[in-house]
Design a protein around this ligand. Sequence first.
Ligand SMILES: [Zn+2]
Length: 350
Amino acid sequence: MSERRGLMERLAEGPVICAEGYLFELERRGYLQAGAFVPEVVLDHPEVVAQLHREFLRAGSDVVEAFTYYGHREKLRLIGKEDKLEPLQKNALALAHAAAAEFPEQAPLVAGNICNTNVFQPGDAASAREVRGMFDEQIAWAAEAGVDFVIAETLEFDGEARIALEAIRASGLPAVVMLAVHKPGVLRDEVAVDESCRRLEAEGAAVVGLNCARGPATMGELLDAIRKAVKCPVAALPVPYRTTPETPTFQSLRDPHCASLPPEGPFPTALDPFTCNRYELADFARSAVERGVHYLGVCCGGAPHHVRAMAEALGRRPAASAYSPDMSKHYALGDDPTLKAINREYADDL
Ligand SMILES: [Zn+2]
């Protein structure tokens, strides 16, 4: 492990991929409840989290992010389980380290995570103190576990993002700070996204950028503005959904084709028909790199096939590429000379 290069060294050499999307993937698999979205799975079914870490690493993720997202004090208070906070955090960090250790040749980085607390209120000093306390306790556990860096993500307020950064900087660990930008196109405290990223860079963030909320099609302009505003590496982790200028976030997508949607709409449990395919994520990875974005990944809704396609788009061949598609041997669509003509001639009738 002594030869492991840190985040900044890797970014200096080329793009870094960080797979995310644990919350949605484990919800789909039946291990996590939509609504409060608390990752109790880390304690209740740790083997399932370990397996998803493995799948993302095989798909080409350079980073194992500890699954502490929404496992913070406010979320555990909400479900009446604040006593589980520390074991949940520590187990998530241990699972991330254990997964990384299974891939010594890849030597993946291990990241801690903090996120929107849902208690922040602009201009309210008491809420700022509460937020800082929540971040500090999580970062202390992450530092104690020996993470390589800390990701602060899905931050909707410039104010909260800067508290997150300050808390990570106090630990001495590198900080990746990512903002989630909703329909208005600015942060919830009305700070422009590029301005917020400029401040975050000035205050010591190693990487700044965007994750969650927006799909590949509605993140580009904001990424360009951020790229112009900062010199540090820029992050882009869209949700893999087909967002549009009218519905730029996955929360705002509407589905006129489904008569049995729950009252809240497609988000968060009926987004399936909007899901981007692997080729669209590969396109996103290429276009993001052209834009000068070098910290890449996929957020809520992402699955290993998306990550593998992104890695391959960057010219890599992760372990899971051993099973990348080879349609030449498909019984009807393939062109292998040993395939039966009767089936190949039927291809147009499939
Ligand atoms: Zn997300």
